[in-house]
Ligand binder design. Sequence first.
Ligand code: NDP
Length: 397
Amino acid sequence: MANILIIGAGGVGSVVAHKCAQLSSVFSHITLASRTLSRCDAIAASVKQRTGRDIATAQVDADNVPELCNLIRTVQPQMVLNIALPYQDLHIMEACLECGVHYMDTANYEPLDTAKFEYKWQWAYQERFKQAGLMALLGSGFDPGVTNVYAAWVMKHELDTVEVLDIIDCNAGDHGQPFATNFNPEINIREVTARGRFWERGEWVETDPLSWSMDYSFPQGIGSKKCFLMYHEELESLVRNLKGIRRARFWMTFSQNYLDHLKVLGNVGMTRIDPVTFNGQEIVPIQFLKALLPDPASLGPLTKGKTCIGNVMQGVKDGKEKKVYIYNVCDHEECYKEVGSQAISYTTGVPAMIGAKMMMEGKWMQPGVWNMEQLDPDPFMDDLNAYGLPWQCVTLK
Ligand code: NDP
């Protein structure tokens, strides 16, 4: 029976709160805290209406470590689920160490002033978490998260050695808006406009942003979609932990409409992350753009269609070449019916709940800082089937 503190009341935080509340046998007491209290209260009201459960709410600035420590000492949780933004990761890890509670997140640290995410800052906490007897679980969303667990499961059950990994993220949903992002616009645009990067024979190869593409045919009626090569954070840990891998790439689908808008916004300077002076005041264009774009949480009732995220992995089993595709298909409207959110928030929030469950049930609990593929995939994969993200693994020719 766990007492947990969730930080971040955005699109994903809402799903995490609903899914944890559905599991009262594991999460006996839940507090949701965020920068804006009214957002926490709105989620708590929805949780009450859908599950009958009361969750506590609080206001906190997670970048202020003493303020966060005060909250942690008042709530006395066993763990903190960091569902705020990547900028908060290190501050929340510091507060967890100071207060002696376990930590989990869904995205790796990124400094506010440079669009550059890397695990090095969080991996540097390894010894401190180990010595404190605390666990930090990194990247328990879908990608990173489930894609890492898929890789570990394939290596445990389907392949003896792996040569090639392609992670393919398809959102075939349509929200009917001229331009919107499915999760935090600032984080999303910083990620998409960055240079591409993939792993090839022991080194990183860089590509111009969105300059490489392929067509991939997705199952369950989704059909063929254009996918673009991007750098994505799970590649960094996977190429370390999947021994002997020759090539690792990440692909994501985008509609032509999304790409056209992004190109114009980039051309006119609206995606810049450095401050500019406007009417005597400093503003950061991408933050101003975020204020104008639809809130991702508002896309829930509007989005129709499916997502399909999975890994194609090629290697050797029992001396023979083998290629498998392991994936989940998720329906935006079904997610909205269940928890009031679209599938991007849902596919991130469910694995966050399961990661916390693995820790609180002791199945994954071990001191130190861990990426998802370093832990036993089996209980996590069982829970994906049980809690809303069923998966399939097929052998490809
Ligand atoms: P949102 O912008 O919708 O929500 C972020 C929330 O964090 C907001 O409620 C915001 O508060 C709160 N917040 C921001 N700064 C602070 C702070 N200093 N102190 C307290 N609260 C703060 O983002 P999403 O829900 O879309 O994304 C949440 C996380 O999930 C992100 O890190 C994102 O990168 C990650 N993600 C991971 C994926 C995966 O598959 N691994 C996929 C999609 C997202 P306020 O309401 O006041 O703005």
